[in-house]
Design a protein around this ligand. Structure first.
Ligand SMILES: *Cc1c(COP(=O)(O)O)cnc(C)c1O
Length: 402
């Protein structure tokens, strides 16, 4: 949680600006707000880092990805290719705009592969909701080739990949629209918040309207604005945006330290044969929020986890079994347990979610152990951690081969 590690005076100052005027709402009230526009500041900070033409702050990364899908024209009955390794919000967003998720294979980048996407395409495929996982990025050259060849709409959930890029372009800016999360666990936090980015003016306008009950935000009187489309309330409040703006200013520094610490750990761990790492499609573009180990096989990985638990090693995720980020844990999707009927329950699911055949994904995620990189790590702590991980791995290898 690097953002929360650097919480301090800058965030308090931004919040106090808002508390002094009491204008907690992001729109209008020009005379009372003493020139404080925190949602706009937050959006400008995100634009500064990513180079996005348009950024729109919202209540969460979940509402930002839902809005990105809707504003990109994805809706009821459209098949959308999704990864089985992501935070559940991606799949919920696809389902709640009425679309039909089609699960495809991820590869060692931890993201959908071009090959996986290609195999999942049917005549009903409208788009791809690509997720850049664990601080890294998908293999964009190969993926864009498939997307363009098949004229698919690309939407990117870069919830965990703010400030990561591929060959100079920031994640979230390859398709029609993208989203970042600023929840409590990301590289920067707003407490709760999300930002939609796009380089397309029309998509931005739709997102702006959709995320605020259809308001077009033109004119001096909010109650008299025009409403070109139906929308809902996905607004961010000024208090959250204030924190988001202060945190986002710290991201270049956080990323620099993350990269240094991650490289140190990789250098240490690479001394042990057999310990490998997830593939970065562009090593220079890593936001480095996660150190992603890829071990030789699933059994060795599970034994390494057991050894690490016994040795008191903490701060890692084994998504394959113990986290809500992998399809093996999504019984509610397999059983389609919903509180009320969704379009997919009338239209029919495009795949049998209980019997998906995703061997490559099962193998990659089964071999993956992710450590959250901390900005506060000292060299001594890192050396100690790397030594413990290596020892646990070596022990695990011996028991598997025994
Ligand atoms: C965190 C996350 C989200 C959800 O963001 P919230 O701000 O918690 O709603 C969506 N997608 C991915 C990939 C995430 O990691």
């Amino acid at each position: 949680m690097p953002g929360t590690e650097l919480f301090g005076a800058e965030e308090r100052k931004e919040v106090n600006d808002v508390l002094e005027t009491g204008i907690l709402f992001r729109y209008k009230h020009d005379a009372q707000r003493n020139n404080h526009w925190k949602a706009i500041d937050f959006e400008n900070e995100v634009k500064k880092i990513t180079g996005a033409k348009y950024a729109h702050a919202m209540s969460s990364g979940s509402t930002a990805i839902a809005t990105a899908l809707a504003a990109s024209g994805i809706g009821t009955g459209d098949e959308v290719i999704v990864p089985p390794f992501t935070f559940i919000a991606t799949i919920e967003a696809v389902l709640f705009v009425g679309a039909l998720p089609v699960f495809a294979e991820v590869d060692e980048t931890l993201c959908l592969s071009a090959e996986g996407i290609k195999k999942a395409i049917t005549p009903k495929t409208k788009g791809v909701c690509l997720v850049h996982m664990c601080g890294g990025m998908a293999d964009m050259d190969a993926i864009m080739k498939v997307v363009n060849e098949h004229k698919l709409t690309l939407v990117e959930d870069a919830g965990q990949a703010f400030a990561s890029s591929y060959k100079g372009t920031y994640t979230g800016l390859f398709g029609k629209a993208g989203s970042y999360s600023f929840d409590f666990f990301k590289i920067a936090t707003a407490g709760e918040g999300g930002v939609l980015v796009t380089n397309d003016e029309e998509t931005y306008k739709k997102a702006d309207v959709y995320s605020d009950h259809g308001h077009d935000h033109i004119g001096a009187i909010r109650g008299m604005e025009n409403h070109p489309y139906l929308g809902f309330n996905y607004r961010i409040g000024e208090l959250n945006a204030a924190v988001g703006a202060a945190q986002t200013r710290k991201v270049p520094k956080i990323r620099e330290i993350n990269r240094k610490n991650k490289q140190f750990m990789i250098n240490e761990l690479s001394k042990t044969p057999g310990i490998g790492f997830a593939r970065l499609a562009d090593p220079d573009g890593d936001s480095a929020t996660f150190l992603n180990l890829l071990l030789p096989d699933v059994e060795t990985t599970q034994r390494t986890i057991d050894e690490m638990k016994a040795a008191g090693v903490a701060g890692f995720d084994y998504w394959y079994k113990n986290m809500y980020h992998f399809i093996n844990q999504w019984d509610h999707i397999k059983n389609m347990s919903t509180v009320s009927k969704l379009p997919i329950q009338i239209l029919g699911a495009p795949q049998d979610y209980k019997n998906l055949d995703l061997p490559k994904t099962q193998n990659v995620i089964g071999r993956l152990i992710s450590f959250g990189v901390r900005v506060s790590w000292t060299e001594e702590q890192m050396k100690d951690l790397a030594k413990k991980i290596s020892e646990c791995f070596v022990k695990a290898t011996k028991t598997v081969n025994a």
